[in-house]
Design a protein around this ligand. Structure first.
Ligand code: PMV
Length: 307
């Protein structure tokens, strides 16, 4: 029994989405987390194996806040099933703590594999809701955008607390994703923004509402198939993310390199303070931008095309 889930990038609207503004996210279908269930000896219980991290944890003895164990317990409770005698093995292509949704992808893939092993299929809603509970362990106060776009595996317009709207994209959306090589904890980036907002609410509220307006314009640009306009809106979103203090010199170097090499737009993606940037490119322009990103220090450059 095997299941997989994609990574994700936020096209625009990170951070402001925590405060009720909309955001757009797209799945990264080429970077995936895979979860496999295999039967084990009777009485052995469920063993959780994070293969890339070389970690093996028995569900019975795992701490309450162990993310994979927490997810397994939530799935068993939801399905009203006993712990099976089995091994759940996770392999992931996704860098950890890099804004690409690694935690939510593990949760969604694992939930589906465990449920499948027990003879159940989880709907998008349920997979997303279970993963959201685990996101709270990772992130503290997550908006829910990661688990949503990853469980649906479709581009979404997301507003916290509301059902996601699937966005039909009728023009290929080509993004380069460049990894700064510096992981950063979402929990800390989000907490930092919250603290700064408390000491200067007017400044932060103004930026969040501008980000929300940019997201609405980005949606219109996508609907009108106007990629140059979308690129300009991504640049403007990045400028606001710089103002709320979540960029770093390394991320700036990558964003600048992408723009100079001809990207239509570039911005950090996810919580910032490290992690990845995205650059909107044309098919013809992609190789030059990818080369410039590598020259500027990106440790990985991936390409994803959403249609
Ligand atoms: O998990 P990340 O790093 O992609 O961050 C998620 C986006 C934030 O808006 C910063 C946080 C959230 O919960 O929406």
């Amino acid at each position: 029994m095997e299941s997989s889930a994609p990574g994700k990038v936020i096209l625009c609207g990170e951070h402001s989405v925590v405060y009720g503004e909309p955001a757009i996210a797209v799945p990264v279908t080429g970077l995936r987390c895979r979860a496999r269930m295999a039967p084990a000896m009777p009485g052995s219980g469920l063993l959780l194996v994070a293969a890339d991290l070389n970690q093996r944890t028995a569900l019975r003895t795992a701490a309450l806040d162990h993310p994979l164990a927490a997810l397994a317990r939530l799935v068993l409770e939801h399905l009203d099933c006993d712990e099976p005698d089995a091994v759940l093995t996770i392999h992931s292509d996704l860098p950890i703590a890099a804004g690409l949704g690694s935690g939510a992808a593990v949760s969604v893939a694992a939930a589906r594999a465990l449920a499948g092993f027990l003879g159940h299929v989880l709907s998008e809603e349920v997979a997303s809701a279970l993963a959201y509970e685990v996101e709270k362990l990772h992130h503290g106060t997550p908006s829910g955008i990661d688990n949503t776009v990853i469980a649906w595996e479709r581009p979404v317009v997301f507003v916290k607390g509301k059902a996601p709207e699937v966005l039909e994209i009728s023009i290929p959306l080509r993004l380069l994703i460049a990894d700064s090589g510096f992981p950063a904890a979402t929990r800390e980036a989000v907490a930092g923004v919250r603290q700064r907002r408390e000491s200067d609410p007017d400044f932060y509220e103004a930026r969040f509402s501008r980000m929300g307006a940019l997201v609405r314009m980005a949606r219109a640009a996508l609907e009108q198939q106007d990629l140059p306009a979308l690129g300009r809106l991504m640049d403007a979103n990045h400028a606001l993310l710089v103002e709320i203090g979540v960029s770093t010199p390394r991320l700036e170097a990558l964003v600048q390199a992408a723009r100079l090499a001809g990207a239509l737009g570039a911005k950090l993606t996810g919580s910032g303070m490290g992690g990845n940037i995205i650059a909107l490119v044309t098919m013809e322009g992609a190789p030059a931008v990818a080369g410039a990103l590598r020259d500027a220090g990106a440790v990985h450059v991936w390409q994803t095309v959403t249609t």
